[in-house]
Design a protein around this ligand. Structure first.
Ligand SMILES: CC(C)(COP(=O)(O)OP(=O)(O)OC[C@H]1O[C@@H](n2cnc3c(N)ncnc32)[C@H](O)[C@@H]1OP(=O)(O)O)[C@@H](O)C(=O)NCCC(=O)NCCS
Length: 243
């Protein structure tokens, strides 16, 4: 759904105080967050260059969006706001999506998202752009199995949503859970309307959108517009979630 419009990457302020939250590698607190070295620090050396440990202060890391959810098959998955050091994990995620899924996600054929897009996807400001990833921990490593985000439109009270889930993890309710979490975050942040676009033949997205209460507009040149007005209900935290 997002094709070109993204907020600019933000600088992280290293001087704020920190508080603790439950996800390993992340510390965050009211009004600020200290983010310990993440997955990139644990990646093997490439070309003899040691990946440098990254430490970030994030003003607005929305720790309240961190959750452990249960999918329809019983699998437990962590959903959390994305961090700058998740870039390598997202490279793997998009690489492993089928070309058709990548095309549906970006609304045009994409081989590998560019470095610029990956930066925009991971260095988010959590005001105009809120992004979540879903991940599992297996064989000693983190694997991203889904990503979802919204970017506010120029008028600010609306936001455009987009998401994708790894094929092996689809039809387990993960997109539904990520979408409801995004809606909660958006409503709490003052967004009144969620919009999106998808190909009219994207049955999975159409079905997801319909069930999530989006109004689907007529098809124009193969693309439909999705729209949902957020209600007071969306301000409530999605209950300790399972699909
Ligand atoms: C669209 C997409 C995100 C759905 O992810 P998902 O995790 O499989 O979705 P969920 O399991 O949460 O399913 C939500 C609903 O979608 C529908 N759905 C899921 N898979 C479906 C399928 N194969 N066929 C028809 N409907 C399907 C179901 O109605 C489901 O509702 P239910 O939970 O009541 O059964 C996923 O298919 C995807 O990543 N597609 C490629 C990228 C893309 O198209 N993104 C959307 C445009 S930005």
């Amino acid at each position: 759904m997002h094709r070109t419009r993204f907020p600019q990457p933000v600088q992280f302020d290293r001087k704020k105080r920190s508080a603790h939250c439950d996800v390993p590698g992340v510390q965050s607190g009211r009004g600020g967050g200290y983010v310990k070295p993440g997955p990139l620090a644990r990646l093997p050396r490439r070309d003899g260059i040691k990946p440098h440990a990254m430490t970030y202060w994030s003003h607005r890391y929305p720790a309240e969006l961190i959750d452990v959810v249960q999918l329809t098959g019983g699998e437990r998955v962590v959903i959390r706001p994305v961090l700058p050091q998740d870039q390598e994990l997202l490279v793997r995620f998009f690489h492993e999506l089928s070309p058709a899924a990548r095309c549906r996600r970006f609304m045009h054929p994409v081989n590998e998202p560019s470095l610029k897009i990956l930066r925009q996807f991971t260095q988010v400001d959590y005001v105009t752009h809120v992004a979540l990833i879903a991940e599992i921990f297996a064989d000693g490593r983190e694997t991203v199995i889904g990503e979802a985000r919204y970017v506010r439109t120029v008028e600010q009270s609306s936001a455009e949503v987009s998401l994708s889930v790894a094929e092996r993890w689809q039809r387990k309710g993960l997109a539904k859970l990520m979408l409801s979490k995004l809606e909660y975050g958006a409503a709490a942040g003052g967004v009144r309307r969620i919009i999106g676009e998808t190909f009219a033949d994207n049955e999975k997205m159409m079905s997801l959108a319909r069930r999530a209460g989006f109004v689907i507009s007529d098809c124009v040149r193969g693309v439909v517009r999705l729209e949902k007005t957020l209600t007071m209900q969306d301000h409530k935290r999605p209950c300790e979630a399972s699909a």
